[in-house]
Design a protein around this ligand. Structure first.
Ligand code: DX5
Ligand code: ZN
Length: 225
C-alpha cells in the first residue's frame, strides 16, 4: 500500500518570525501541500519556538495541511490545545510518550492525522506495536532542536526499513523525513520510501526566495516519481 504522491512540507522554523503571515501565504502560493510547524518546549529539545496561539493566528491564512511536530515533553497533556488551534496532522515523539497507543487513538477520534516521530537514535521498534493507529511516521534525519543541520546519511537505511515495516503491515501511513533535506538529497529519500519532505532552510534560505526553493525540491522529486 502506498501513500500517494510526495508532499512538500516547508518548515516555518526557518521563516522570518517578524513576518510569519507572509511566510505562511508564500508557502501555499508556491504550491506546497503541507506546512510544517515545529513546536519546541526548551526541555525535550534545547530551544523554544511557538505554540497554539500563533498556530491559530496563521491558520486562516492557508489551506495547506497544518502538520505540527511537537518536540515537547508530556505531549499527551498538550495535544488538545493543538487540535483546537486547527492542525490537521499532529506528530508526537515516541521518546516522551509512554501512552502512544492511547494518544494516537485520541488524535484520530478528533479527526486529526496521528503521527509518531523518532529521533535518530530511536529504533523503529518503538512504532511496531502501534502501526494500525498511525497515519504518519516522522523519521528525524537530524537531532531535533535546530534548523540548518546536516542530514545524517545513515538515516537513509532507516527510511528504507520503515517503508518495509509499513508495507509488510499493509499500512498506508506517510513517511515524513525531517532535517537537512534539500534538492541534493530529496531524490534519495524519496527512493528510500519517504512521502513527505520537510524542509526549512532549503525553502526559506533559498537565495531565489520561497518559490524557487520549493521549485528546486519539486524538480528533484519529480525526477524519481
Ligand atoms: C528540527 C526541526 C526541523 C527543522 C528542519 O528540529 O524538526 O523541522 O526545521 O530544518 P532544516 O530543513 O533547515 O534542517
Ligand atoms: Zn520538524
Amino acid at each position: 500500500m502506498t501513500a500517494g504522491p510526495v508532499k512538500l512540507a516547508p518548515s516555518l522554523l526557518a521563516a522570518d518570525f517578524a513576518a510569519l503571515g507572509d511566510a505562511v501565504r508564500a508557502v501555499e502560493q508556491a504550491g506546497a501541500e503541507w506546512l510544517h510547524l515545529d513546536v519546541m518546549d526548551g526541555h525535550f529539545v534545547p530551544n523554544l519556538t511557538f505554540g497554539p496561539p500563533i498556530i491559530a493566528a496563521v491558520r486562516p491564512l492557508s489551506g495547506c495541511v497544518f502538520d505540527a511536530h511537537l518536540m515537547v515533553e508530556r505531549p499527551e497533556d498538550l495535544v488538545p490545545d493543538y487540535v483546537r488551534a486547527g492542525v490537521n496532522a499532529l506528530t508526537i515523539h515516541a521518546e516522551v510518550c509512554p501512552h502512544l497507543h492511547r494518544t494516537l487513538r485520541w488524535l484520530r477520534e478528533q479527526g486529526v492525522r496521528a503521527g509518531v516521530a523518532l529521533n535518530p537514535a530511536t529504533s523503529l521498534s518503538a512504532i511496531e506495536e502501534v502501526i494500525p493507529e498511525l497515519d504518519l511516521v516522522l523519521i528525524m534525519t537530524v537531532n531535533p532542536g535546530f534548523g540548518g543541520q546536516a542530514f545524517i546519511h545513515g538515516m537513509l537505511d532507516k527510511i528504507r526499513r520503515c517503508r518495509n515495516l509499513l508495507d509488510r503491515a499493509g499500512s498506508g501511513a506517510e513517511i515524513s523525513v525531517d532535517g537537512g533535506i534539500g534538492p541534493h538529497n530529496a531524490a534519495a529519500v524519496v527512493r528510500a520510501g519517504a512521502t513527505v519532505l520537510v524542509a526549512g532552510s532549503a525553502v526559506f534560505g533559498s537565495p531565489g526566495g520561497v518559490a524557487a526553493g520549493i521549485r528546486a525540491l519539486r524538480t528533484a522529486v519529480v525526477a524519481v516519481q
